[in-house]
Design a protein around this ligand. Structure first.
Ligand SMILES: Cc1cc2nc3c(=O)[nH]c(=O)nc-3n(C[C@H](O)[C@H](O)[C@H](O)COP(=O)(O)OP(=O)(O)OC[C@H]3O[C@@H](n4cnc5c(N)ncnc54)[C@H](O)[C@@H]3O)c2cc1C
Length: 390
């Protein structure tokens, strides 16, 4: 006989999105099963750059980022650890005067949404950060942003959900999802059956295969952002750095290692990715263009993660128009770590109250019109360039 479980809400995917949703739903009193194929936080949520950045996000996401920021500031009381969140500040650089104009425009609209940014011209930047290359035209500084340790934070959300009473099922792959006598029925590979009145699809880069089983098709792209880490170095990178137009992001850990992202790797198969040589070369070249002192640095480690990107860089969040009671939350396009804690609140409000603190039209699953098929992860091509900015 298969192991049978019945809950109010089943969540597929134990990344930061699924786990924060499980936590918030338990706080609202619903019974929850969080079902994860690997270990919670082992995928994009646990291997990302750790950038906790609000500036540069699409304006439709800014309220989510602001709400999440309050949680990051009080992370320990929220999930039991501080996640090594440090408010180093986040500095977005402009390569050209035209890019600086874009930063000025963003700062003005950010201010309308409660985000205070300080604009700095090239000379002012170099006075503050003498290691910066003379070619940098200027920048925009967000003093309260920073970075955290994703390895610690993502699993901690799942542990907090478990402590709050969620049933956390790890190493359980959902191989079939459909309707059942109590709403939804999920079948896991080893025989577990989960019955639930509501279903959350938080399956990250694999979410379109779940969405497709209910007739929701979206033009999601699966890419493999790549990270490199240098040997411990003297102080070079003062704050969390990003670049207008993307292509590179850098920070320096307390013990001196520089963590640098921006290139892309490739998929080995549907579950494994690897850094690519050309992506690493492009990243190191760009890093040296910003901080020339990195020229002599040794790279000691590299890795890549598997991430879901949407054409407009906005995630899919909200109820399926095809299957009442199915809620999607995927496609975070390189930026789901910072907003993850607030996405859990938003989804719990949608599920329990039928409305949320933020309108979700910009995130509708059907906003792209008809999309015929989901990507076959075995056939995703390798890419070397990246314009996403963590
Ligand atoms: C290298 C890299 C750097 C990044 N840097 C940043 C950054 O600095 N700041 C930022 O905000 N964001 C960043 N991101 C993006 C961020 O990590 C993601 O947007 C976020 O973690 C997505 O969370 P998730 O829960 O949707 O996905 P995931 O963490 O991928 O979780 C989805 C989970 O679903 C599980 N799953 C899938 N299918 C099934 C199934 N059938 N049955 C059971 N379980 C299933 C998977 O095993 C996985 O654990 C980065 C991403 C990468 C890869």
């Amino acid at each position: 006989m298969p192991n049978m479980i019945e809950v109010d809400v089943a969540i597929i995917g134990g990344g930061i999105i699924g786990a924060s949703t499980a936590l918030e739903l338990r706080r609202r009193g619903l019974s929850v099963a969080l079902i994860e194929r690997d270990f919670c936080g082992a995928r994009a949520s646990g291997v990302n750059y750790g950038g906790i950045r609000r500036q540069g996000r699409p304006l439709s996401q800014l309220p989510l980022a602001m709400r999440a920021h309050d949680i990051w500031l009080n992370l320990e009381s929220h999930i039991g650890i501080d996640g090594e969140f440090i408010q180093t500040g986040h500095l977005k650089l402009a390569r050209t005067e035209a890019d600086m104009v874009k930063l000025e425009h963003y700062a003005a609209t950010g201010a309308d949404n409660g985000l205070t940014l300080e604009l700095l011209d090239g000379p002012a930047l170099r006075r503050l950060y003498p290691g910066l290359a003379p070619t940098i035209a200027g920048g925009s500084f967000s003093p309260d942003d920073g970075h955290a340790n994703p390895r610690l934070v993502a699993p901690a959300f799942a542990r907090a959900a478990a402590r709050a009473g969620a049933l956390v099922l790890e190493q359980r792959e959902v191989v079939w999802a459909g309707s059942g006598p109590r709403g939804f029925l999920l079948r896991c590979h080893e025989g577990t059956e989960v019955h639930a009145a509501r279903l959350v699809n938080a399956a990250g880069a694999w979410a379109t295969s779940i969405a497709g089983q209910f007739g929701d098709h979206v033009p999601m792209q699966v890419l493999c952002p790549t990270m490199i880490v240098t040997e411990p170095l003297p102080d070079i990178i003062p704050v969390n750095i990003g670049m207008e137009g993307g292509g590179i992001y850098l920070r320096q850990a307390v013990r001196g290692n520089c963590v640098i992202g921006g290139g892309r790797g490739y998929l080995v198969d549907a579950l494994r990715s690897r850094p690519g040589v050309s992506g690493i070369e492009a990243t190191t070249k760009r890093a040296v263009e910003i901080f020339p002192a990195l020229r002599q640095a040794q790279i000691i480690r590299s890795w890549s993660g598997i991430e879901a990107f949407m054409p407009d860089k906005n995630p899919v969040i909200g109820q399926s128009p095809k299957a009442k009671g199915l809620f999607h939350a995927f496609g975070f396009s390189g930026g789901g770590f910072q907003i993850g804690p607030a996405v859990g609140i938003l989804l719990s409000e949608l599920i329990v109250d039928g409305r949320s603190f933020l309108p979700v039209e910009a995130f509708a699953v059907d906003r792209f019109g008809h999309s015929p098929a989901e990507p076959d992860l075995d056939k995703v091509p390798a890419a070397t360039e990246s314009r996403e900015g963590a």
